[in-house]
Design a protein around this ligand. Structure first.
Ligand SMILES: [Zn+2]
Length: 76
């Protein structure tokens, strides 16, 4: 049973495995962090255009192609 998470930008719900996790460290020295979830699209739309973005963020379908494509080489 998949659990849904809430997008921290638009408050829409989406399956956790399709979400982007934002690990926020408000005070780096404390070691504490908060995990937020969002749509990749919501994140890219809210980031400044000049901020470099991971390719997975730019391709909404990319996350679904992540399984079963690992190429195990070098194990000869
Ligand atoms: Zn959203």
């Amino acid at each position: 049973m998949a659990s849904d998470v809430m997008c921290c930008f638009c408050t829409g719900w989406l399956p956790e495995h399709k979400s982007v996790q934002l690990v926020v460290s408000p005070k780096i020295d404390s070691g504490e962090s908060q995990t937020l979830y969002c749509h990749s699209r919501c994140l890219t739309e809210n980031l400044a255009a000049s901020v470099p973005k991971h390719p997975f963020l730019l391709d909404d379908s990319g996350a679904e192609n992540m399984t079963g494509t690992e190429d195990e080489t070098g194990e000869n």
